[in-house]
Each structure stands twice: as C-alpha cells, then as structure tokens.
Design a protein around this ligand. Structure first.
Ligand SMILES: [Zn+2]
Length: 240
C-alpha cells in the first residue's frame, strides 16, 4: 500500500523542515497551506517557491493544496488584526515567557480539523506538522498533550476512523530547539532559500521580530549560514 502523508505547510522554517523529512519518509506527499487572512500573504508566495524547489531537489511530485479561511473575522492576534503591533527586539527570556500576542486563537485546532477532513477525503492517514514546544512554549495548541488528544478526536470523529483506519499525527520537531531543527533539516537535504519566517512581511526579513531573532540564533548555533539570507545576498550581487 502507498504510504501517504499530508504536511501542514506554512512555508516557514519548521514546516519546510517537515516537508523535506516527509519527502524522504513517505511515498506520496500532500501539503495544505492556509491563507487565513494573515498579516502578509508573502509567506504563501514563498511557500509555492519552496514546494517547487523541493520537488526538483527530491525529484518527487507534491500534491499541493491551498485553503482559504478568514481568521481576521475572529482577530485577537497581531497576525490577524492589523491594529495590533507585532512585538520587536524582545530578549530571549521575554520571548519564551507567556503567551505572545502573535498567538492566533486556536489556530492549530482549526488547521488540524480542516487538515483531518482533507486527509480523510484523500485516504491519507499520516498528518505532519512542525509544532514545537521549546522555542514557542507559549503556544498552548502546540503542546504534545493537545496533539495526542486531537489525534484521538480525529480517530473518533471520522468515518474512516469508525471503519477501522487509524490516523496518526506526526510531530518530528516537537522537542527540538531551533538549531536542532536546522541540523535535522540539513540531514534531509532541506533548502531554506525560500523558507520565510519574518512577521514583517517585507522581502528582506526585519531581524527584529521574535521569529527573526529565534531563527538567527538557530542558524548560528547549528553552524550554518541562513540559506534565505545567502540567496538575497547572491541576488543583490548579481543585479549590481
Ligand atoms: Zn522579522
């Protein structure tokens, strides 16, 4: 039987790592990318570029899906409400303390529900996400317990589950630090040239938001150059 998996794919560093791991691990890979009226749609443009790149590096077709859902109707987060500012230049301690204003109300629960529906429709029983507890300990819907319980809910609440199929939620990065994620990604040939993390939405990452700060630290500790910044440097050298 074909071993199929679906990756919840935002186009950021963690989900890009998951994508390359999935391409090495499963026969057939689906992705679902959410356009949830987030602050910036630039990450979706970059997600498309990484998907193309990954297909050519791994020589494998990806079944890419895009899903529109307007979470700005709910708001309550700096990522879905433009009147709330994204915090800048916070120290590491501050970042890891408490639930940040970039938390989107139950986003992972919403994404997982839709992903489970799509997985059931395509007979895909492996669901993969780049959830991570260490760097973003503040996001409660990224916790192990939550994800294990949600897996049970999917198996109880789907027709496929009732008929004896078993859905599994895979969390390969759940206990890794950012630097370990990057090392794990490199072991699987991950190219981060278009993996976009910044909350600013500018083509050149701001370097000041929580995501930029954690990413820079991760690459430094892992001992790798950030592919994204290397690409930008090369592009600006070529244009001058
Ligand atoms: Zn940034």
């Amino acid at each position: 039987m074909m071993n199929k998996a679906i990756v919840i794919y935002s186009g950021g560093l963690d989900s890009t790592t998951c994508l390359f791991w999935a391409l090495d691990t499963f026969d057939e890979v689906y992705t679902i990318t959410f356009d949830y009226s987030q602050r910036h749609s630039i990450e979706i443009d970059y997600a498309k570029k990484t998907l193309k790149l990954a297909e050519s590096i791994k020589n494998k077709k990806i079944n890419a899906h895009y899903f529109k859902i307007d979470l700005s109707q709910i708001g309550g987060s700096a990522l879905t409400d433009l009147s709330i500012d994204v915090p800048k230049n916070r120290g590491e301690e501050e970042i890891s303390n408490g639930i940040p204003i970039t938390y989107v109300p139950f986003r992972n629960g919403v994404f997982l529900s839709i992903t489970a529906a799509m997985a059931e429709r395509y007979d895909v029983y492996n669901i993969i996400g780049g959830w991570n507890m260490l760097d973003y300990s503040g996001y409660p819907d990224c916790r192990d317990d939550f994800l294990n319980t949600f897996e049970k809910a999917i198996n109880l609440g789907t027709k496929a589950g009732a008929l004896g199929k078993t859905f599994k939620i895979h969390t390969p990065l759940i206990k890794m630090k950012k630097s370990e994620i990057i090392l794990f990604g490199k072991e699987h040939g991950t190219d981060y040239s278009y993996a976009y993390s910044c909350y600013s939405g500018r083509e050149v990452p701001c370097g000041e938001c929580d995501a930029c700060i954690l990413r820079a630290k991760g690459f430094k500790e892992a001992g790798f150059e950030d592919d994204f910044l290397t690409r930008l440097k090369n592009e600006s050298n070529n244009s001058t």
